[in-house]
Design a protein around this ligand. Structure first.
Ligand code: ZN
Ligand code: ZN
Ligand code: ZN
Length: 253
């Protein structure tokens, strides 16, 4: 499986509009973070988890010419806003784009992109088919995805385990039951917003603590705010098996 980090930033991205802080002014390419998403390529199949506001730019940057499905973690705009741009794949692949999410997330998507779900559609609107997912593993094109429910303040969010790879973005609580589902993963990606406490996201220290429990071979942190600090400086403080992800990073699992 080939995994590409399409975006590793929190909802505002990094740099933040009109911010003069040293991270937003940094010239290090690893301090430029689009909104969070990953691309998975498994046995010639191509998937993205979430379509944030930077979806179009990410697909162009990584030259992703085929896309078999989109899987959603939750309904927040930084994870869904780019969905309209699956139109490009509707045209090039001449088929609807299947999307997978829990029923409450599909409902929200149908409200936000109402024009794509009306009985009579304006020509050129996105062609999307809705697939409900629950707490059980599901298959897309022969690939098994295991949802892992975590909490993002009070909102249940899905992380996903695909073989030995687990990806969890927006989270500040993972139950023991969920930890058991993650254990045994070789590579774990988990959200860590910044160093100071936050209502709905793990801090750097909290993410490291939960990773110590899970004990993967390799771990990457994502959904990073400009308040985290400079990539180079923060990474030096981490245990050797934990790295900060950055946009364009490609790993194999
Ligand atoms: Zn988010
Ligand atoms: Zn800043
Ligand atoms: Zn969120």
């Amino acid at each position: 499986m080939r995994i590409t980090f399409l975006g590793t930033g929190t909802s505002q991205g990094v740099p933040v509009i009109a911010c003069g802080c040293e991270v937003c002014q940094s010239l290090d390419f690893r301090d430029k973070r689009l909104r969070v998403s990953i691309h998975l390529e498994i046995a010639d199949k191509s998937f993205v988890i979430d379509t944030g506001p930077d979806f179009r730019q990410q697909m162009l940057r990584e030259r992703i010419n085929n896309l078999d499905a989109v899987i959603f973690t939750h309904e927040h705009k930084d994870h869904t806003a780019g969905l309209d741009d699956v139109r490009a794949y509707n045209f090039s692949q001449k088929r609807d784009m299947p999307i997978y999410a829990r029923p409450s997330v599909l409902e929200q998507i149908q409200q936000e992109f109402a024009y794509a779900f009306t009985a009579i559609k304006y020509p050129g609107t996105p062609q999307i088919t809705l697939n409900e997912i629950y707490d059980n593993p599901f298959d897309i094109e022969g690939i098994t995805f295991t949802p892992i429910e975590v909490l993002h303040f009070k909102l249940p969010v899905y992380g996903f385990r695909i073989a030995d790879f687990t990806y969890i973005t927006d989270v500040n609580y993972i139950s023991e039951e969920a930890i058991e589902k993650i254990k045994g993963s070789k590579i774990v990606v988990i959200g860590a917003l910044r160093q100071e406490k936050h209502l709905s996201h793990y801090t750097l220290a909290e993410a490291v603590e939960v990773l110590e429990k899970i004990n993967p071979e390799q771990a990457y942190l994502t959904h990073i705010s400009h308040q985290m600090g400079l990539h180079r400086e923060v990474e030096e403080t981490l245990p050797s098996y934990i790295k900060l992800a950055y946009d364009g990073l490609r790993i194999f699992c």
